[in-house]
Design a protein. Structure first.
Length: 302
């Protein structure tokens, strides 16, 4: 199948490579021309150096896959590419867009006769080798048209991907997926910190992670990655305990509030990431001051 890829960052480039290795013809465009040129030379990508050139090199009905950051970058890309497309063409957003934005964009594109598909994509840097988990939202006919691409990107043609519902549902499912991920990561992090704090046992955290990887009910790919990290750097030297969040955790918590669904684990995991970024924790200082005021408890000075 011949298709186009807009955005050749780490994820987009690896997805394009997997499609190329699967026998598909992929036309690629990145706003940095040197990135496009490099992939053309090294990976066999068919290069396009403008959106106009990209569209012109596809036959109708066209399939154009976007892998650009959520928010304005995705919105602006849609505004630029949509007028170049024709009724019956398919535009795919494989990034981590907010599902509410996706629903609105889908409605706007539908008025133009353009099919919009949202693909929540998980797999990170390992997706090129292992395949990607793909959560697909959109009209059935449009999804069927790009099924050859989905089967190539997935771990196997029949596993790790699925059409989950209408436009917006793919990004919604990916949002909740990432919220669950937050909670799992936090649980592992807290557990290993407790193990580390039990100094009289001199526990080997890497050894324990390897034990848990096999036969344990808490084994997972996240645990595999944890073991890999501890094996490479047992004391995590040189790593600052500052944890970012890419948005999906926040959106998951907001959705739980809107739906009156309790989600204490995901919420606590998100809040822990916020705490990790506080260089000067005023709240903690104030807690210490309050304890001193009401109970005369000592507090540590800077």
């Amino acid at each position: 199948m011949k298709a186009a890829m807009i955005g050749l960052g780490k994820m987009g480039a690896n997805m394009a490579r997997r499609l190329l290795m699967g026998g598909h013809e992929i036309i690629g465009y990145n706003r940095t021309a040197s990135v496009t040129r490099k992939m053309a030379v090294n990976d066999g990508l068919l290069p396009a150096y403008s959106l106009e050139e990209l569209v012109q090199n596809l036959s109708s009905p066209r399939a154009v896959w976007m892998m650009v950051p959520a928010g304005d970058p995705t919105g602006n890309t849609i505004k630029k590419i949509a007028p170049l497309l024709a009724p019956g063409d398919i535009l795919i957003d494989g990034g981590n867009s907010n599902y509410k934005d996706t629903v609105e964009r889908g409605a706007d594109l539908k008025e133009m006769g353009i099919h919009f598909i949202d693909v929540g994509t998980s797999g990170g840097i390992w997706g090129l080798k292992e395949g990607y988990s793909l959560m697909v939202g959109g009209e059935k006919k449009a999804v069927q048209a790009i099924t050859p691409l989905l089967k190539t990107l997935a771990p196997t043609p029949d596993l790790g991907w699925g059409h989950v519902g209408p436009v917006g549902s793919g990004h919604f499912v990916k949002m909740i997926h990432n919220g669950i991920e937050y909670g799992m990561m936090q649980a592992y992090a807290e557990g290993f910190e407790i193990l580390k704090a039990k100094e009289e046992f001199s526990l080997n955290l890497y050894q324990i992670s390897e034990i848990w990887r096999f036969g344990s009910v808490i084994r997972s790919w996240l645990l595999d990655l944890t073991a890999s990290a501890l094996g490479e750097n047992p004391n995590l030297e040189g790593i600052k305990g500052w944890v970012a969040d890419s948005g999906e955790g926040r959106w998951s918590v907001k959705e739980s509030i809107d739906l009156d669904i309790p989600a204490p684990v995901i919420t606590a995991a998100l809040q822990s990431r916020f705490v990790s970024r506080i260089e000067e924790n005023f709240a903690a200082k104030l807690l210490a001051a309050m304890r001193n005021q009401f109970g005369g408890h000592a507090f540590k000075k800077d």
